[in-house]
Design a protein around this ligand. Sequence first.
Ligand code: ATP
Length: 298
Amino acid sequence: MNVLSTRNLHKNYGRITAVNQLKLEVPEGTVFGLLGPNGSGKTTTLGMILGVTTPTSGDFLWFGEAASHKQRKQVGSILEKPNFYPHFSAYKNLTLACKIKEVSTDRIDEVLEQVGLAERKDDSFQTFSLGMKQRLAIGSALLAHPKVLILDEPTNGLDPEGIAEIRELIIDIAATGKTIILASHLLDEVQKVCTDFAVLRKGNLLHTGKVDTEFSDEAIIEVKAEDSAKLLELVTKFPAYLSHENIKDGYALRCEPDTDAASLNRFLAESELYANHIMPVKKTLEQQFLDILNQNHA
Ligand code: ATP
């Protein structure tokens, strides 16, 4: 079942087309990454599906139905940063958030635990690091027990530790069965956190796919030589070697990310084995992404 379907969702700002006839399907239980450079229409898309930006044309369905107040209650978001009070504690800020959302305060402790702020719950918001503030914002979005959580550039501005914490938190939340829609300009982030992805550029949907199958960052290199027994013996000693499969007259090697065919060729030649066929069959992650962006010069 699809949690979200957009049907030719379109937004113009004057002469600028921010989102162009977007058709997206977000399956239930996925961590869905909207991946694209700055200005590609990610925030505008999220704004439309959250009902804060009016589409120029097209529409969308949440849980197979036209958006309604009831549907919106099932969608939590950090698109609009909550107004946390700097002098109030994390706990008190969430109490206020519950009042605004008209939900019970029963889950505050559970949510604080989930976002890793239980021990800091009585400390004032202003003493929090950026990463902790972001975790509190995510906690606030979880108070109403939404089925879907929408995050716009969740790690922007954070230090490496903060980034890692937020990414882990997103994976933990997804493990509780929620669907997560996440906008990011970081390929690495989408690869680490998401199960599915869509690439946007200049408002156009260029590509959708599964992260696992399409963004595996391991290199696959085909290699063949006359003496296939010696070849096998050597390739298994190649430092970047992970595993191999037999192919006609040779092997398809699964190697560490970013391994290039030339380094394998050199390695074999040093042992006086000269390959008669050596070919990378899988591109590096970065190359795959650039290819997707370049496929369609809109
Ligand atoms: P970023 O990560 O930089 O926010 P984005 O992928 O989220 O990028 P959007 O913010 O959706 O992209 O912007 C898409 C396009 O729409 C851009 O060309 C932007 O300048 C334009 N745009 C967005 N909001 C407005 C607005 N309120 N008025 C006019 N143009 C806008």
